[in-house]
Design a protein around this ligand. Structure first.
Ligand code: ZN
Length: 282
């Protein structure tokens, strides 16, 4: 913790086998990090070429295992966020001969299985979204249908849905789909967000410019690194120590209220988790 405060990274990945795994969690904890939301790596990164929804279970279960280990390293806690990476649709359609409707059905089946883990209490939230790059209209429509399935489960299970989506500061149309499904828009989280966003709750990448924007705005936000724990792309995203370091920087610059918003109030509002009560204080 930092000055008795919880410090949460809202979105990172841990590789159970190939890369740093728990060492990355130790790095995070050493500089003051206390809570983690760990998102499963894209299925194909773990060598899984899913053909049925059940094939995602290996990916989800390995994530749950490493999250249990991570929780043991933290003064706070760690929770899994499970789902299907939206980039899978391109692999299915371009490389594996699926048509967009077949890809949609498989990805929705994967989301259905992820929802089972939320229902049983083994996972905290769902992960879905749509490609952040240009795709054909039928692939776009299929991706939106997958995302809307995730919103239906979110409403049904009363859980948040993290989205991977195109760079945008206005996602009110997507937030409206969530509301239509019965999921309040603030329980939709746009990961890899900039400091300002209309619609869902932004999970802001922990660089100084974006954080300053979010902090000055005074609205609910979360902080993340999207650390990918990938040996082939060591510098692709922010390292696991970044959120605690940026919390110190925010505090040094007078943004105490924003730190409280990002690490206490917004986690409670979006996920229903209490980062203070789950902190072991000496
Ligand atoms: Zn990610």
């Amino acid at each position: 913790m930092i000055d008795d405060r919880p410090v949460m990274d809202d979105h990172l990945h841990l590789d159970p086998d190939a890369h740093r795994g728990i060492d990355a969690v130790r790095d995070f904890a050493r500089v003051g990090g206390t809570h983690l939301l760990v998102v499963n790596k894209p299925s194909w990164h773990l060598g899984v070429e899913a053909e049925t929804g059940s094939d995602f279970r290996t990916v989800f279960e390995r994530t749950i295992e490493i999250v249990d280990e991570a929780a043991n390293e933290l003064e706070g806690n760690a929770w899994p966020v499970l789902g299907v990476h939206p980039g899978l649709i391109t692999r299915l359609v371009d490389d594996r001969g699926f048509d967009p409707e077949e890809a949609r059905d498989l990805m929705q089946a994967g989301i259905d299985v992820a929802a089972e883990y939320v229902d049983s209490g083994e996972a905290l939230a769902l992960k879905s979204g749509r490609p952040h790059y240009e795709v054909d209209d039928d692939v776009w429509a299929a991706s939106n249908a997958v995302m809307r399935r995730a919103f239906e489960h979110g409403a049904d299970l009363d859980c948040a849905v993290q989205l991977h989506a195109e760079a945008s500061e206005d996602m009110t149309a997507v937030a409206d789909w969530a509301t239509d499904a019965g999921l309040p828009s603030h329980r939709v989280v746009k990961h890899y967000a900039s400091g300002r966003l209309e619609g869902p709750t932004p999970s802001v990448m922990a660089d100084k410019d974006r954080l300053q924007t979010a902090a000055e705005r005074g609205e609910p936000f979360l902080m993340e690194t999207d650390y990918i724990d990938d040996p082939d792309r060591p510098g692709a995203v922010l390292g696991p120590k970044t959120v605690p370091r940026r919390v110190r920087w925010l505090l040094e610059n007078g943004f105490e209220e924003a730190v409280r918003i990002a690490h206490v109030e917004t986690p409670k509002r979006v996920y229903g988790i209490d980062t203070e009560a789950t902190l072991e204080r000496d």
